[in-house]
Design a protein around this ligand. Structure first.
Ligand code: APR
Length: 233
């Protein structure tokens, strides 16, 4: 059975009403990374970051998975050799029914220890209270990989990408490393489909990528339907 690896970014959740980062109305147009997405920012003004991620968590809880998230969950059900890797911190893949989703940049529904990057605890509801502590005694912080911090599961993601017969990339500008380099780990023989109405930074891969220049809710269901028809025994 062919191995399918799905790699998503903020664009897949755009039609669920969650902001992307670098589109004209993106988060980085309204906030500076230095203010809310670096370790220094956390040290300097933790309450600001707690408030910021509480607001994003509340938006995430109000959002619903869209047709693209649902199509990927169906792909995984019909073709079980499918793995989802996401840069997104929302839980829309999981709420659509996808399983074993690998989050490269953290998960907004969890908090983490300040001294162990993978020691997470679930958060009930949307509001973190600054000052609460992890069982290891350290202050709890949002489970978000800040710029300049390590990406704990990147090696695991590379190993998965290296097994892909088919890679489906959805809604990422491919601007942020190391995540964007995941395409380099796909075998040369892999078919790469990229679904994005915009023009991500495809670089040297442009020639080997099938760019489906459509919104996720249009392009993903169409591609999934074709793959299931073609590959489901
Ligand atoms: N359907 C598909 N793609 C879309 C849609 C849509 N409806 N709307 C926008 N896009 C595309 C944009 O064209 C762009 O290529 O989604 C991409 C969004 O790019 P970014 O905002 O840069 O988001 P992403 O690539 O996920 O950012 C990567 O950067 O800030 C960090 O940690 C953050 O995980 C994030 C990382």
């Amino acid at each position: 059975m062919k191995k399918i690896v799905v790699f998503t970014g903020a664009g897949i959740s755009a039609e669920s009403g969650l902001s992307t980062f670098r589109d004209s109305d993106g988060l980085w147009e309204k906030y500076s990374v230095e203010e809310i997405c670096t370790h220094e920012a956390w040290e300097r003004n933790p309450q600001l970051l707690v408030d910021f991620y509480n607001a994003r968590r509340r938006d995430t809880m109000k959002a619903q998975p869209n047709a693209a998230h649902l199509a990927i969950a169906k792909l995984q059900k019909d073709l079980p050799n499918t793995q989802v890797i996401t840069q997104n911190v929302d839980d829309l893949h999981e709420r659509a029914g996808s399983t074993n989703v690998l989050h490269l940049h953290g998960e907004i529904t969890k908090l983490r220890s300040s001294i162990n990057e993978t020691a997470t605890v679930p958060l009930e509801g949307w509001e973190q209270h600054y000052g609460d502590r992890h069982p290891d005694g350290s202050l709890l912080r949002p489970y978000i990989v800040f710029f300049g911090e390590g990406v704990p599961y990147f090696t695991e993601a590379c190993k998965i990408a290296a097994t892909a017969d088919i890679m489906i990339v959805v809604g990422t500008s491919l601007n942020v490393y190391p995540a964007a380099s995941l395409l380099q780990y796909a075998p040369d023989s892999a078919e790469i489909y990229l679904i994005d109405p915009g023009q991500p930074t495809m670089g040297v891969y442009a020639s080997k990528i099938h760019h489906i220049q459509k919104r996720a809710t249009e392009g993903v269901p169409e591609l999934v339907e074709n793959l299931i028809r073609e590959l489901k025994a």
